[in-house]
Design a protein around this ligand. Structure first.
Ligand code: I6G
Length: 691
């Protein structure tokens, strides 16, 4: 999660002589208190990983400070937490000289090489056993951060180690990074660290890029690099970058501890994020044990790492060992097996999903990627396939990270064999032979077979039985496949007429498990309307939309009878979703399945709908755009609670557009259409009125 933004700050911005007299004392004091509180909460959230207030409360404090600064702009300083994004886009990055060069790190790839490194260190120091400070090696970009009098004044990339690029404006947007250090700190402190993008943020960013027809990033590292090298910091501000600090460069005006580990603790005390995985270990055996542990837990870390780094902990010992060809003799990176590998695409096949979407899947010459054999990788959709210029027979870069499905990142066109064919979208479904259709402007092609297609049927039934839908305990993916293959299930209603004998007759199914399944099916009949709607698997109707539909209409009958127009009044429902919902209920086949489900005893309690009094904004549609001080979610929930619909795009039907900072095309459209435009203060006023 990204917070709106803040930085620790202990002092007031002004010395006694500088306080502008136009600011009332109360405002001045409140701003100082808010800054202190925000700094403390930010520190707890990002550095200690122990938040003590909900995000919504944090956002409220932030908004209050923002309001105060709007009322009294003299309160704003360059290190104000509200001023992370500022200034015009750059045309080029300035060059920055590194006073202390940013060195590189030697690598080892095996236990033997690590033992050699440790032996050299022991011999160099004349010690039996060495104490090492150890930490994961993040797969990101090295950065140098310069704090003067506690304030972040410059951030620079490593570049060639002697000079890098000035990326201060972009680095300021990283909300976990303090713009001012906490407590007593050196007069000048240059910190080194790694900027990275967590995997979930990377996936979401690529999804967004795909939806907007933009180029996707090959991996989180490239995404972090691309984001840091944006000339417009407003774009960087939308990217979920994080940072962990791992060392220091220039230090003036303070004596640092003589242990690397304790220096890192000092950084943490000053509010700088450092990896929570850092440990001190004695001797090479414990380094290897750490490597093992981190390697095993690697997939469950929220970010990519490519190894671990061992550093001699004692600073005097580091100094004694010195450097060799611009790399420290006292530190080494122990790399994991790569998570990207090269292999050959032997075929491209098409997988059919629940909604009939055809996904191209590359069948690969099996290859070990990060310790796991990979023989299939997704190519997402036809547009991606074309964008990546994939041909059958190509040598491809395959990436596997965390528990994400392996994917083809790109191909090496220069290694393409002559006459390598381009994969073709089939004209007929590879499973059921129905026509494959592709709507204009859509990147997804679909099988038109509906539930007659066994692939769609299996996926639809898996979805129907899944935990967040009908929650039929024991009816997992494998069992659904067996039941479909045994011709026992054609549609969801069939599930409720299964009997113990039929189930017990399946492979690897005993009498007892069959009985348990039948009981679980029975139990699932008592459900809720949102679950039932979600279970129907209507395109684009996820859990949240299902809940909104249930809340808005109150009954299935009302939803079935609703026109597209009426559906548009529901939160999160735009024209495309309305069309899908309406189309679904217009199909006699779907109505018939619903009728049979109800006849089998599937039922739900009525949905209590709030009164008109509780929903004063019923029938009004709001659009939120630009950067708001309160989180988008908070604003959306507050408006929805009052009965408003919050839409993603502006149309003539929009009642109000709330425009925050740096609002773009939606604001322009609202102006063109003459839609009412509010600033955030006006929205706050409205919410306060009803609170
Ligand atoms: O590139 C690096 C990544 C991580 C490093 C590094 C590091 O420590 C965790 N440490 C040093 C000393 C250097 N590069 C030069």
């Amino acid at each position: 999660m990204q917070r709106v933004g803040a930085r620790p700050q202990k002092q007031s911005l002004f010395s006694l002589f500088e306080i502008p007299m136009s600011i009332p004392e109360a405002a001045l004091q409140r701003a100082a208190v808010l800054r202190e509180q925000l700094a403390e909460h930010n520190y707890r959230y990002y550095v200690l990983d122990e938040p003590s207030i909900p995000d919504a409360e944090y956002d409220r404090l932030f908004a209050e400070l923002q309001q105060l600064e709007a009322d009294y702009p003299e309160l704003i300083g360059p290190d104000s937490p509200t001023q992370r994004v500022g200034g015009a886009p750059l045309s080029v990055f300035d060059e920055v000289q590194h006073t202390v060069p940013m060195l590189s790190l030697g690598n080892v790839f095996s236990e033997g090489e690590l033992r050699d490194f440790d032996r050299r260190v022991r011999e160099g120091l004349g010690h039996e056993q060495i104490r090492y400070c150890v930490e994961p090696k993040l797969d990101g970009l090295a950065i140098s951060l310069r704090y003067e009098q506690g304030v972040l004044v410059r951030a620079a990339t490593r570049g060639d180690g002697h000079s890098g690029e000035d990326v201060t404006a972009n680095v300021r947007t990283i909300t976990s990074l303090p713009l001012r250090l906490r407590g007593a700190h050196p007069a000048v402190l240059e910190v080194r660290g790694e900027v990275f993008m967590p995997r979930d943020g990377f996936e979401a960013l690529n999804q967004r890029q795909r939806e907007q027809g933009n180029k996707t990033f090959a991996n989180p590292r490239n995404a972090a690099a691309g984001s840091l090298r944006q000339l417009d910091p407003r774009i960087t501000a939308t990217r979920p970058l994080r940072i962990y600090c791992y060392g220091v460069g220039v230090v003036e005006g303070a004596e640092l501890p003589d242990s690397h580990y304790r220096i890192l603790q000092s950084l943490r005390d000053w509010g700088l994020p450092v990896s929570p995985e850092i440990r001190v270990v004695e001797g090479v055996e414990n380094c290897l044990a750490y490597y093992e542990t981190i390697g095993q837990g690697r997939d469950s870390l929220p970010y990519d790492i490519d190894g671990v780094v061992y550093k001699v902990d004692s600073i005097p010992q580091q100094q004694e060992l010195g450097f060799v060809s611009r790399a420290p003799r006292w530190a080494i990176a122990h790399k994991f097996p790569a998570q990207e590998e090269l292999t050959v695409i032997e075929a491209v096949e098409w997988q059919v999903g629940r909604t009939g979407a055809l996904t191209p899947v590359a069948r690969l010459r099996p290859v070990a990627v990060g310790g796991v054999t990979v023989s299939n990788a997704t190519l997402h959709n036809l547009d991606e396939l074309r964008r990546k210029d994939v041909h059958i027979g190509d040598t491809a870069i395959v990436r596997r990270a965390g528990d994400v499905i392996p994917e083809v990142v790109g191909v090496l066109a220069e290694r393409r064999p002559p006459d390598a064919p381009m994969p073709k979208l089939p004209t007929h479904c590879p499973i059921c032979d129905a026509d494959v259709l592709r709507a204009e402007g859509e990147s997804v092609a679909r099988c038109s077979g509906g539930l007659y297609c066994p692939a769609q049927r299996k996926e639809a039934l898996k979805h129907f039985a899944s935990r967040k839908a009908m929650d039929i305990d024991g009816l997992g993916d494998k069992l659904v496949e067996q039941l479909v293959e045994a011709d026992l299930l054609h549609d969801p209603a069939d599930i409720f007429s299964l009997d113990t004998q039929q189930v017990a007759g399946l492979e690897r199914m005993g009498e007892k498990s069959a009985q348990n399944l039948i009981q679980a099916i029975e139990r699932s009949k008592a459900t809720t309307l949102p679950r039932f709607l979600f279970a129907m698997g209507i395109r684009e109707v996820g859990e949240a939309t299902a809940a909104n539909l249930a809340q808005h209409f109150g009954s299935l009958e009302a939803i079935e009878a609703a026109s597209e127009e009426a559906l548009l009044a529901v939160d999160d429902v735009g024209p495309i979703v309305a069309k899908h919902i309406h189309g679904f209920f217009a199909q006699p086949h779907n109505r018939e399945v619903i009728e049979r489900l109800r006849a089998e005893g599937v039922k739900w309690p009525e949905v209590a709908r709030p009164s008109a009094e509780q929903q004063p904004l019923l029938g009004q549609t709001f659009v939120l755009t630009g950067t708001l001080a309160m989180s988008r979610d908070e604003a959306k929930q507050a408006l929805q609670a009052l009965g408003a619909k919050v839409a993603g795009s502006v149309s003539k039907k929009t009642t109000v557009v709330v425009a925050g900072e740096a609002a773009g095309s939606k604001l322009t459209k609202a102006e063109q259409l003459g839609v009412e435009i509010w600033d955030e203060a006006r929205l706050r006023q409205l919410l306060d009125e009803y609170s």
